[in-house]
Design a protein around this ligand. Structure first.
Ligand SMILES: C[S@@+](CC[C@H](N)C(=O)[O-])C[C@H]1O[C@@H](n2cnc3c(N)ncnc32)[C@H](O)[C@@H]1O
Ligand code: SF4
Ligand code: SF4
Length: 360
């Protein structure tokens, strides 16, 4: 990151501190845009509802290009391309390359990895993407394929994940393996930690929710009910892995967030930085909202700048920051990162005075 980008990030966190303590209605400019290129998908994950319907009327290539030009004028630092599965859009590469040409410096891709063949990876890198989250929901085909709804998905995704890891040094890539914790795979937490270490790739733990707009389905509501004893047991075993070698794994404070997520999804005492950091553009052009709250504006009707400067948007974002929301746990890691207690807890864990599974 360049110096001026670090300054903007530091300013963002300073503004959040002011917003929390002094000026609750302070407007904080988003720095990152979350672009749902499509809400359709080539997999059928049990935890997700994207594939249940065929979403029609998504933004065209030209409409996405217009969105990107607007984001550049708003000085957005980073574009996250996500979905659904972004790589199923035939124009995904064109849109990503356009973002790069227009001057959005940091491009990130969330993908299930199925289409990320070596040839596709070369094109994605040529388009300027330098950061990847690749989803792996189990340490083997048995678990991952069952969750992802396709036989052989694990093998393909792992092959393509290895391909990305192989290019990491050459291109200075940031690569994360995303594991979504749910009832179906909680017991495999220690195994996925070991797999991440074997691959030498950073592990991120998503926490299953049925509140986010992509995941609202009765089946998901069941999967996010994880038994407290199962969480304690899995974290206890994870603790052993972390104590012997913590490389590539999330920090203690991130891991210790997990049990409460499954009993108190809002965690109102932790303000939501995520809702302030990101500007969301959904596949059919809806703007704003946050993961758990539906947007009320559309790029087909209003300019993005007009929306984020509007009184309604600012009021809504003041409420979301205070977690007057349904809760979702999205990017809990960011929400913890700017709190001093996070660092104290991590130090206490290192000193052996905190333990996962017992006092997490
Ligand atoms: C919706 S997907 C979009 C990108 C891509 N299709 C993928 O699977 O990585 C983004 C992330 O959400 C995760 N996810 C799926 N179901 C979820 C749920 N119910 N709660 C939280 N995260 C979930 C996925 O595992 C993935 O890491
Ligand atoms: S989690 Fe990703 S891969 Fe799975 S159905 Fe949803 S969008 Fe598709
Ligand atoms: S925790 Fe609340 S405010 Fe934050 S993204 Fe989720 S639903 Fe939105």
């Amino acid at each position: 990151m360049k110096i001026h980008e670090n300054v903007r990030l530091a300013t963002f966190f300073a503004q959040l501190a002011v917003k929390q303590r002094v000026a609750p209605r302070l407007g904080v400019r988003p720095l990152v845009s979350e672009l749902f290129l499509t809400e359709n998908c080539n997999l059928r994950c049990v935890s997700c509802s994207c594939w249940l319907d065929n979403t029609k009327g998504e933004l065209t290539t030209d409409e996405w290009k217009d969105v990107l030009r607007q984001l550049v004028r708003l000085r957005i630092l980073k574009a996250n391309f996500t979905g659904g599965e972004p790589l199923i859009r035939p124009d995904a590469l064109e849109i990503m390359a356009y973002a790069h040409e227009q001057g959005i410096r940091h491009l990130h891709l969330n993908t299930n990895g199925i289409r990320l063949t070596p040839a596709m990876l070369t094109k994605v890198l040529d388009a300027g993407v330098r950061s990847f989250n690749i989803s792996v929901d189990g340490p083997n085909g048995l678990v991952h394929d069952r969750i992802r709804g396709r036989l052989g998905a694990f093998q393909t995704t792992m092959e393509h994940l290895r391909g990305v890891i192989d290019q990491r040094e050459r291109y200075g890539l940031k690569v994360r393996m995303n594991f979504t914790v749910m009832r179906e795979n909680i017991e495999y937490l220690p195994d996925i930690a070991r797999l991440a270490q074997e691959l030498r790739v950073r592990l991120y733990l998503n926490l299953a929710t049925d509140q986010t707009f992509l995941f609202r389905a009765p089946k998901v509501a069941e999967l996010k009910q994880v038994d407290a004893d199962d969480i304690t047991a899995a974290l206890g075993r994870l603790e052993e892995v972390m104590r012997s070698d913590g490389r590539w794994l999330p920090r203690y404070s991130d891991m210790s967030y997990i049990p409460r997520h499954f009993s108190d999804i809002v965690q109102r005492d932790i303000p939501c930085a995520e809702s302030q950091l990101k500007l969301m553009i959904h596949s059919r052009g809806e703007i704003g909202g946050c993961w758990g709250h539906d947007p009320t504006f559309n790029v087909r009707e209003r300019r993005i700048s007009e929306v984020i400067e509007s009184e309604e948007y600012r009021e809504e974002h003041a409420r979301l920051f205070r977690k007057e929301c349904v809760g979702c746990g999205s990017n809990y890691s960011l929400n913890l990162r700017w709190r001093p207690t996070t660092y104290v807890n991590d130090l206490m864990w290192r000193a052996g005075r905190r333990h996962l599974g017992k006092d997490a």
